[in-house]
Design a protein around this ligand. Structure first.
Ligand code: FCB
Length: 456
């Protein structure tokens, strides 16, 4: 079994845990928060498993101090969370809500008091419903509304929070939200989803501007969900399919953020559904999107292995199950080597100033044993293998600067409701009891050794 060697990581390496607002906060109708697209989606029959929603979730909004103590008990140096736009600007645009700002201000102060570096993400999918009613991400105005909201949040927290992520996983927000409809707002319109992708990237650029204006000494970047793509067979058709998948999932976002504009092969594949053909890419947009950043955040869970399948979907390919591979409870292949390969490729092709794994983790059906612990050996192994893979990437020359485990605690896993547990802390959603899992114990013990620079 692969065990990561803590001595391979520099003392200044960032070790953290991550969450997002809608997945943990609850208090959905309190202190002036307006509904987000996720509240609406959850209330739509058939969209979320068991009709569940984030009304209560982990009740983090009311348990802030205890949860901060929990984070501190893990020994992490950083905590990645997201700010709920509907708490800050309930009308989407215009007046700000003091109570919402106060909550995140307390959160940031509470982290700093415990010696933990705050890593806010400005957008992790909870778009104010009022903005969806005005067109959502397929409408350009939403990017400008985001810029205004980013201005408010960074002005409030920027004296204390120095590490900022603009947008979490624009691919998911655009494609799952507007393309295949699996996520809020549940639209199924390919052209709309590519319009959304452009406006999410534009929002990222405007977010970078807000951070630069308001946060002295800021570190800012975007978080992309990326997966290495591999051909199933050793043949040209599968290799071409893997290249298309790479264009769709990876290059479509990486290329413009790193100043190359959209990948031409994929613009051509999209034809009339491309943002270019829809005349949505206005002069100056690509420059805004390519604003220099201090790091690239990568959410990595698995890889994609694809084979050519003419006529299947707009990409003409299908994902392949790899015989002999291990899969998590989500059906995602455990592929730690692909993390190393991906990081080395990103460094070579895009040369980011620094690379952070901003999410990595696995879901398995957990149970609390009679001894009161969750013996999540498979998740523990997953973390061990992937942290070792980060060490390999670092040794190979990738500028790895940090790693955030997804997730601090079990939470509302979007369309899967509370069924899919990703936490290193178990949450009993009836009682809100938190129980450190074996994986959490392992991470905590590993961090003690990593921070002391000790060998395994
Ligand atoms: C990512 C999301 C995160 C969580 C994990 C499992 O795509 O950013 O909120 O749902 O997947």
């Amino acid at each position: 079994m692969t065990q990561p060697n803590p001595a391979r990581f520099p003392a200044r390496f960032t070790w953290g845990v991550a969450t997002s607002s809608y997945q943990i906060e609850g208090a959905a109708h309190e202190d002036g928060r307006s509904p987000s697209i996720w509240d609406t989606f959850c209330a739509t029959p058939g969209k979320v498993l068991n009709g569940e929603n984030g009304d209560v979730a982990c009740d983090h909004y009311h348990r802030l101090d205890r949860d901060l103590d929990l984070i501190a008990s893990l020994g992490v140096s950083a905590y990645r969370f997201s700010v709920a736009w509907p708490r800050i600007v309930p009308d989407g645009r215009g007046a700000t809500n003091r109570a919402g700002l106060d909550f995140y201000s307390r959160l940031v102060d509470g982290l700093l008091a415990r010696g933990i570096t705050p890593w806010p993400t400005l957008y992790h999918w909870d778009l104010p419903q009022v903005l969806q009613d005005r067109g959502g991400w397929p409408a350009r105005d939403t990017a400008h509304a985001f810029g205004d909201y980013a201005e408010v949040v960074t002005a409030e927290l920027g004296d204390r929070a120095k590490h900022w992520i603009t947008i979490n996983e624009p691919w998911c927000a655009a494609f799952l939200g507007y393309g295949n409809g699996v996520h809020a707002p549940g639209h199924t319109d390919l052209a709309g989803s590519f319009a959304a992708s452009h406006h999410l990237l534009l929002a990222h650029g405007l977010g970078v501007q807000a951070v630069r204006a308001n946060v002295p000494g800021a570190q800012v970047g975007i978080t992309l969900n990326l997966a290495g793509t591999y051909p199933a067979g050793d043949n040209d058709a599968d290799r071409a399919a893997a290249h298309r998948q790479d264009g769709f999932a990876n290059r479509w976002y990486l290329d413009p953020v790193f100043g190359r504009g959209y990948p031409q092969d994929f613009v051509e594949l999209l034809g009339a559904t491309s943002p270019q053909a829809q005349e949505l890419v206005l002069p100056g947009d690509l420059e805004t999107i390519a604003a220099p950043t201090d790091f690239l955040g990568v959410n990595m869970y698995s890889r994609s292995v694809v084979e050519a399948a003419p006529g299947e979907g707009f990409l003409g390919l299908r994902q392949v199950h790899v015989a002999g591979s291990e899969y998590t409870g989500f059906g995602w292949e455990v592929a730690p080597q692909s993390l190393t390969d991906l990081m080395l490729r990103l460094q070579k092709d895009y040369n980011p100033a620094a690379l952070y794994i901003t999410e990595n983790g696995a879901t398995y059906p957990d149970t609390i044993s009679n001894d009161g612990t969750v013996h999540d050996g498979a998740r523990t192994r997953y973390f061990q293998q992937h942290i070792a893979a980060v060490g390999d990437a670092l040794a190979g020359g990738a500028k790895m600067a940090g790693y955030f485990a997804w997730s601090l605690m079990d939470n509302f896993e979007w369309a899967e409701g509370y069924d899919k547990r990703f936490g290193i802390v178990h949450v009993d959603f009836e009682t809100q009891a938190r129980t450190l899992k074996q994986s959490g114990q392992w991470y905590r013990d590993f961090l003690v050794r990593a921070q002391e620079g000790q060998p395994a």
